[in-house]
Design a protein around this ligand. Structure first.
Ligand SMILES: Cc1ncc(COP(=O)(O)O)c(C=O)c1O
Length: 411
């Protein structure tokens, strides 16, 4: 049986055959296959991924479901990575990252955070994704509760599950423009709550938290003695001033996530950072060592060039996504499709409830097959996303025009 399974390796598209054989093996020799960790099996599958993979497998389908910048990485960033490779700078770096990169990030953030940001507060990570896992590893344990926005970026909940913690969604209501109401957040807090996750500008909504609301949420965190994780992945694309919660942090409870992925079109380089308060700094070497040791060295030099070099690429990305937003909203308006007026981030949040029959996830899959366009179903971001879809403005202008033109018109 094993030989049969191995014979199929290398033939794309037949991995299900292997899985079937593995099931047979498990059935036949149950005790030989260890049990999967129960909490790993509770991690919810990504509804965005399902629709996107279906679109990739559907000839001619237009993909508007992923936040992958369709812009080139700036030449000076590529050159820095290439130079590191050429001089064979390919060994481990310190766990926290190359000192120049940590210092550059600290210099940028120190003036906008209340508490000092020094090299020891900045930890270079493998993208925002690892910064998220690192932040949760430091602040929550088994049985603890994490407050996550609903709708919100699915890995906030996924990472909590992986640490045997429980995500507790706090509602972002359409009637409040999908901004959090501190009273709604307070209503979900229990004596197990340890961490409040904020994300401004928001994925998937494009909302940017105003200063007064950030101050109120920080006050709430202080009252209930919570850690705060601020995901600032899209800070470069804020609508109006970007207000870091760390600008309202008097006592060192905020961890801040950054990534080079979106503003510098470096998704595959995998460089981000977690900025931590002083009291966590002593733990960092051990925790980071156990997760990743350090980040890919040439990629760190690329990130250093990104932060210290010209910022024209970020300006160009901002202008491109603003133009895409204008184009996309015009197409939606022509089709009578309502959308959220929230011009931050790189996504557009549209209301397709007239066509989804109460099940936007099935609707989105059907849309790929029947009309050849993939949008991310709102329910993938939480129960409050039912009836809505997320459109990624990183797609090309022709794809946006054609793809959104395939959405069912309203009325
Ligand atoms: C809100 C948010 N946080 C974190 C990440 C992860 O960033 P990275 O791709 O750098 O791992 C993303 C990526 O889409 C995101 O949207």
């Amino acid at each position: 049986m094993l030989i049969t399974a191995i014979r199929f390796i290398g033939f794309p598209g037949v991995s299900w055959v292997m899985l079937r054989h593995l099931d047979d093996i498990r059935g036949g020799y149950g005790a030989r296959v260890p049990r999967i960790a129960a909490h790993a099996a509770t991690v919810p599958a990504s509804g965005i991924r399902r629709v996107t993979e279906l679109a990739w497998a559907t000839p001619g389908a237009i993909v508007l479901s992923v936040g992958e910048p369709d812009l080139p990485t700036a030449p000076h960033i590529l050159a820095a990575a290439q130079a590191a490779l050429t001089r064979d700078d390919t060994r481990y770096t310190p766990n926290g990252g190359i000192p120049e990169l940590r210092d550059a990030l600290a210099a940028e953030l120190d003036p906008v955070h209340t508490l000092p940001v020094r090299r020891d507060n900045v930890w270079v990570t493998a993208g925002g994704a690892q910064a998220l896992h690192l932040a949760l590893s430091l602040t929550v344990g088994a049985g603890d509760e994490v407050l996550v926005p609903d709708p919100g970026y699915p890995p906030f909940s996924m990472a909590a599950h992986l640490l045997q913690a429980t995500p507790r969604p706090y509602p972002l209501r359409a009637e409040r423009g999908f901004l959090p109401d501190p009273a709604d957040v307070a209503a979900v807090i229990s004596d197990r709550t340890r961490l409040l996750v904020l994300n401004s500008p928001s994925n998937p909504l494009g909302t940017t938290l105003p200063d007064a609301l950030v101050a109120e949420l920080m006050e709430l965190a202080r009252t209930h003695d919570l850690w705060v994780l601020s995901d600032e992945c899209y800070a470069a694309f804020a609508a109006g001033p970007h207000v870091p919660p760390a600008a309202h942090d008097a006592d060192g409870r905020v961890l801040t996530l950054h990534t080079f992925s979106k503003d510098h079109a470096m998704t595959g380089m995998r460089v981000g950072a977690l900025v931590v308060p002083d009291q966590l700094a002593p733990l960092m070497p051990t925790v980071q060592e156990s997760i990743v040791s350090c980040v890919n060295t040439p990629a760190q030099y690329a990130a250093l060039a990104a932060i210290t070099g010209p910022q024209d690429d970020v300006d160009a990305a901002r202008a491109t996504y603003a133009a895409h937003r204008e184009l996309a909203t015009a197409v939606l308006a022509e089709r009578g499709i309502p959308y959220l007026e929230a011009p931050g981030g790189i996504y557009l949040w549209a209301d397709l409830s007239h066509a989804t029959d109460g099940d936007v996830a099935s609707f989105a899959e059907e849309l790929v097959l029947s009309r050849g366009v993939a949008v991310a179903p709102g329910s993938a971001f939480g129960a409050r996303g039912e009836g809505w879809v997320r459109v990624s403005l990183t797609a090309t202008a022709p794809d946006l025009r054609e793809g959104l033109g395939r959405l069912p018109a309203r009325g």
